[in-house]
Write a protein that binds this ligand. Structure first.
Ligand SMILES: NC(=O)c1ccc[n+]([C@@H]2O[C@H](COP(=O)([O-])OP(=O)(O)OC[C@H]3O[C@@H](n4cnc5c(N)ncnc54)[C@H](O)[C@@H]3O)[C@@H](O)[C@H]2O)c1
Length: 450
């Protein structure tokens, strides 16, 4: 702890870009990027990069030839030059060769979770700026290692948390900043997404989701790796889509911080029942014991007196919802019923539809770039997350979702596992900022360029 504290405080004090090569930090018109992991998500992000005139995709790496081939086809369809490729030999370390700062100005990491920390650390050590898909690491130590590498090297790092850029989420950010809800008191979010057909599928790359209950080597895409986490881990496994927006609303690391955390887990039924229903009771996977509770409920306490409740719910039948609620002394917003209540504005005790608030508080970024975001992934928000990364790189500006956000949001996972394993104990939340949260000022979405 002492060494960590020293690293955090000394390097943070020295100014985070201390040892980053200024040649790469200079403002510029275009950036050359590489993508590691060209699976389901990597292909979406690649398509976003290819839509931009200020990005050259010069390098791709994947150890699954089908996905590397699909990525090359996307590049060809976009009429862009063929990037150099790595991973055809299925060498899981091939990505290291892509990290040549004389050839690339940044790298997008869209691989399975267990690869994020080693790949981000390798890239930052090579002085290649990182845009990393959620999550930042697996163990708590991973998170300290990613943080300390960033602080030591000064290489830019952004967590590519796209939900922070959802149109309603950003309008609510404007409402929070305008004081519409008064002083914030309580927030909720989560990842409530029926992933049974993703975690258990046919394994056929041409039609993976048309039934089937395979995972591991016999599965396809996330069933190859994500499902193992449900077998062995019990915790809030995917916190950032829920916590990201809540953390921005509550100014976490910018005048506020998480101080405590605890988690509760229900029994585990959903994945097993799904296997029995689709594969039959005699299917070999019907004997798999899943550690992950079907609903994980996590509570965080914040230094300024707010609580944040997160729910992870991926194994039961249900429509998708991130379950946001933002509540203050004057009113609240909930996304599940797309409604708002503001005392003095709304009829007493009655919900009002969100749309008029959306229209009035639409974020300047959305107003400016809605046309460019048309057709982009996840209702347009994937445009914005890539836009923020690319524009920040070009301008050598601070990343809007930075290393402290990345590690704290993502460390919720190992801490929630620890809480559940210890009989739902409340734990102290580490201060990854080494105290600088007290004086850091909010920057997210204050600039209408990115
Ligand atoms: N932000 C979002 O909305 C969103 C959506 C989906 C997925 N994700 C995240 O994106 C990441 C990837 O998920 P996915 O759905 O694309 O999974 P996927 O399994 O479809 O793709 C992962 C790819 O990484 C490749 N890979 C594995 N090990 C590698 C290595 N050592 N070197 C190079 N390539 C390697 C695999 O071959 C595969 O093609 C995950 O972190 C996931 O949580 C984010």
């Amino acid at each position: 702890m002492q060494r960590r504290d020293f690293l955090v405080s000394s390097v943070a004090a020295a100014g985070m870009a201390a040892s980053f090569n200024p040649a790469h930090a200079a403002g510029r018109e275009r950036v050359r990027l590489g993508v590691i992991g060209t699976g389901m998500r990597g292909q979406v992000l690649l398509a976003e990069l290819l839509r931009r005139a200020d990005v050259e995709v010069v390098a791709l790496c994947d150890i699954e030839p089908i996905n590397l081939g699909r990525a090359l086809a996307i590049v060809e369809q976009a009429g862009k030059p063929k990037p150099r490729t790595w991973g055809e030999d299925r060498d899981p370390q091939a990505w290291r060769q892509l990290l040549d700062p004389s050839r690339i100005d940044g790298v997008i990491i869209a691989t399975p979770w267990e690869w994020h920390a080693p790949m981000a650390i390798g890239a930052m050590q090579a002085k290649v700026p990182v845009g990393c898909e959620v999550v930042a690491g697996i163990t708590l130590q991973d998170h300290w290692d990613v943080l300390n590498t960033q602080l030591k090297t000064g290489t830019p790092y952004m967590l590519l948390e796209n939900v922070c850029f959802r149109r309603d989420v950003m309008a609510v950010l404007q409402m929070v900043r305008a004081g519409l809800f008064g002083e914030l008191v309580h927030l909720q979010g989560g990842y409530q997404h029926d992933l049974r057909a993703v975690k258990l599928n046919s394994g056929d790359p041409a039609r993976p989701y048309g039934g089937g209950v395979e995972f591991g080597p016999k599965g396809w895409s996330e069933a190859r790796w994500r499902t193992e986490h449900s077998v062995h881990r019990n915790g809030e496994l995917y916190p950032s889509h829920g916590i990201g927006p809540c953390a921005m609303y509550a100014n976490i690391h910018r005048g506020n911080r998480f101080t405590h955390i605890n988690s509760f887990a229900t029994k585990s039924r959903g994945l097993h029942e799904y296997i029995e229903a689709l594969g039959g009771k005699d299917h070999p996977n019907a004997s798999v014991k899943f550690a992950l509770g079907d609903v994980i409920t996590t509570t965080l306490a914040c230094a300024n007196g707010e609580t944040i409740l997160l729910q992870h719910d991926t194994s039961l039948p249900r429509p998708y919802s991130l379950g946001f609620r933002v509540q203050g002394t004057k009113g609240l917003w909930m996304d599940v019923n797309e409604s708002v209540y503001v005392e003095g504005i709304s009829p007493p005790h009655q919900w009002q539809p969100f749309q008029p608030f959306q229209d009035r508080f639409d974020h300047p970024l959305w107003k400016r770039f809605a046309k460019s975001a048309e057709g982009a992934g996840h209702g347009g928000m994937d445009f914005f997350v890539i836009h923020a990364f690319v524009e920040s790189l070009k301008a050598a500006a601070a990343m809007p979702i930075d290393i402290f956000d990345a590690v704290a949001w993502s460390a919720i996972t190992p801490l929630s596992e620890q809480s559940i394993a210890s009989g739902f104990k409340t734990l102290e939340f580490p201060d990854f900022t080494g105290g600088s949260w007290k004086t850091r000022k909010p920057i997210f979405a204050f600039d209408d360029r990115y």
